[in-house]
Design a protein around this ligand. Structure first.
Ligand SMILES: [Zn+2]
Length: 297
């Protein structure tokens, strides 16, 4: 009887859940802004800006387990910590202050990308950090930051967080334009990445924070993502399957290509081909099984 009663209760509960309106699929992270010294900006204003920035990539990646981010002022440079805090939140620090909304969006867009790119999977089987391809993740996150700015520039024209914030929309475009116009990004295009990587690959493997090199590469990749924004979902599969332990960069990209769903495979192959050394058969990306399947929680 006891078990029958329990079953009945469970059935009733299941029925109640079944009758509830379906929850809207949301990829928006829970965001909490630490009340601290942000200069002339209030935490609720910063929250509105970074929520808007989070929605740019959040709207483009497929449903995932809910996650939470706490945002605090950075003493030096923006970063997101490997370890979550005791509340289960990713701890993100931003160096933007005052009402520099474009800088907030740019920095948040970059760090949010690291979270979506499984940055905490870049470790060996025994937990040692593996950083030789981290530069590529930095490049993708720089690309994501520019993409976030340019998306917000148009989104705030029609749907700013508050109606009177519409006038801030051009700030995002101006910020992105100024960066893309910098000398060290000039002539950045997909067609030169092969020779560029041949010259810069070793330096990048040693130092993933070679900013000017990363900036160049990000500017070259941006049009690819802007031509099909749905491909940002491929980010969710970066660094999985112990890709960071691959002996070559071509192998790392081939692992990514084998791990993404079919709809992203051609896109990742296009990126891999852009970096591949041309006309040298043995530099071609190694073939991995295309049946590898990874489920995301
Ligand atoms: Zn970064």
């Amino acid at each position: 009887m006891h078990y029958a009663f329990q079953s009945l209760v469970l059935l009733l509960l299941a029925g109640a859940v079944g009758c509830a309106p379906a929850a809207e699929p949301t990829n928006a992270p829970a965001i909490r802004i630490v009340a601290s010294d942000w200069g002339r900006a209030q935490p609720d204003e910063i929250e509105a800006v970074v929520r808007s920035a989070a929605a740019v990539l959040g709207d483009l990646v497929e449903r995932r387990a809910p996650l939470a981010i706490v945002v605090q002022p950075a003493a030096e440079h923006p970063e997101v910590e490997y370890e979550k805090n005791a509340r289960g939140e990713y701890v993100m620090a931003l160096s933007a202050r005052d009402r520099r909304w474009a800088q907030f969006a740019y920095q948040f867009g970059h760090e949010w990308c690291h979270i979506l790119a499984n940055f905490d999977h870049r470790v060996s089987a025994n937990g040692e950090p593996l950083n030789q391809y981290q530069w590529f993740e930095e490049v993708l996150c720089e690309t994501a930051a520019l993409f976030t700015l340019r998306t917000l520039a148009s989104r705030w024209q029609s749907a700013p967080p508050y109606p009177h914030w519409k006038n801030y929309a051009p700030w995002f475009a101006d910020y992105a334009d100024a960066m893309l116009a910098a000398d060290h990004r000039s002539h950045a295009q997909l067609q030169v990445l092969s020779s560029w990587y041949a010259e810069n690959g070793e330096v990048l493997a040693r130092d993933p924070y070679e900013r000017r090199r990363n900036d160049f590469c990000a500017a070259a990749l941006l049009p690819l993502f802007e031509s099909d924004a749905s491909q940002w979902n491929a980010l969710r599969y970066l660094n999985l399957e112990h890709a960071a332990a691959e002996p070559t960069f071509a192998g790392y990209l081939a692992r990514w290509q084998a791990t993404v769903p079919e709809k992203h495979r051609h896109f990742v192959a296009t990126i891999a081909a852009a970096f591949a050394r041309k006309n040298v058969a043995d530099e071609a990306a190694p073939q991995l099984s295309s049946t590898t399947h990874v489920s995301l929680q």
